[in-house]
Design a protein around this ligand. Structure first.
Ligand code: AP5
Length: 213
C-alpha cells in the first residue's frame, strides 16, 4: 500500500510544489506547504504573517514556533485526517524532532535530487499566479498570455524571494539547515531518493514508485 502521510524533501526549486499539485489531484489528500501557509498569512495581514515577512524576504528560515502554530492548525482540519503531503516542512532537525514529540506521523520521505545550477535556472524563471497559486516558468512553461494565469485569469508574477540574491541565500540555508535531514531520515529507514532532474512526468512516476516501495 502507498504511503499517505509523507514529506517531499528537497532544495528550493526542486519541484516540490509542482509535484504536490499532481499528488493532491490523484491521491485526494491535501498538500500542507508551510511556504504557502506563510504567504497566505502575509496576504491576510495576520500578526504571524507580519512576523514572518522579514525572514522570508531575506531567504532565512521563519522561527520554529510560528511554523508549528501554522502546521498544527492546518493538520487539525478534517481533510488532513486521511493523509497529507508535507511540502517544505520540516526544514531543520529541530522541527523534525519536534514533529515526533507532537506525534505528527510520517510514513515516507521522498527526496527530490536536482543539481544546483538547474535550481537557479528554475527559480529565476518561475512565475506564480497570485490568485490560484498555479506555477509557470518564463522559458520552459510560459502562460499563453504574458502575465495572465491560464487557469484562472489572475495576475502572474515573480516571487519576491526568487530574485537572484535571495535565491543564493535560500540555497545556502538549505545546505546548512535542511540537508542534514537527508541523513536523519535515511537512518530512520524512511528516505527514498528520486531524480528530480527529469521531466515533470518522469519525476511524478518515480515519486509514486517511491511511495509504494
Ligand atoms: P517555500 O515556499 O517552501 O519555498 P522553497 O522550499 O524554497 O521551495 P520552492 O517553493 O521555491 O520550490 P519548489 O520545490 O516547490 O519548486 P516548484 O515546484 O515551484 O518557502 C519560502 C520561505 O518560507 C522560506 O525561504 C522560509 O523563509 C519560509 N519557510 C517555509 N517553510 C518553512 C519552515 N518549515 N521553517 C521555517 N521557514 C519556512 O518548481 C520551481 C520551478 O521549476 C517552477 O517554475 C516549475 O515550473 C519548474 N519545474 C518544476 N519541476 C520541473 C521539472 N521536472 N523540470 C523542469 N522544470 C521544473
Amino acid at each position: 500500500m502507498s504511503a499517505r502521510r509523507f514529506i517531499l524533501l528537497g532544495p528550493p526549486g526542486a519541484g516540490k510544489g509542482t509535484q504536490s499539485q499532481r499528488l493532491v489531484a490523484d491521491l485526494g489528500i491535501p498538500q500542507i506547504s508551510t511556504g504557502d501557509l506563510l504567504r497566505a498569512a502575509r496576504k491576510a495581514g495576520t500578526s504571524l504573517g507580519q512576523k514572518a515577512q522579514s525572514f522570508m524576504d531575506a531567504g532565512q528560515l521563519v522561527p520554529d514556533a510560528l511554523i508549528f502554530e501554522l502546521v498544527e492548525e492546518r493538520l487539525a482540519q478534517p481533510d488532513a485526517a486521511a493523509g497529507y503531503i508535507l511540502d517544505g516542512f520540516p526544514r531543520n532537525v529541530t522541527q523534525a524532532d519536534e514533529m515526533v514529540g507532537r506525534r505528527i506521523a510520517v510514513e515516507r520521505v521522498v527526496l527530490l535530487d536536482v543539481p544546483t545550477d538547474a535550481l537557479v535556472a528554475r527559480l529565476s524563471g518561475r512565475r506564480v499566479c497570485g490568485q490560484c497559486g498555479a506555477t509557470y516558468h518564463a522559458d520552459t512553461f510560459p502562460t499563453r498570455l504574458e502575465g495572465v494565469c491560464d487557469a484562472c485569469g489572475g495576475a502572474v508574477a515573480q516571487r519576491k524571494d526568487d530574485r537572484a540574491e535571495v535565491v543564493a541565500q535560500r540555497l545556502e540555508v538549505y545546505a546548512k539547515e535542511t540537508s542534514p535531514l537527508i541523513a536523519y531520515y535515511a537512518s530512520a529507514g524512511t528516505l527514498r531518493r528520486v531524480d528530480g532532474f527529469e521531466s515533470a512526468d518522469t519525476v511524478y512516476a518515480s515519486i509514486l514508485t517511491a511511495l509504494s516501495a
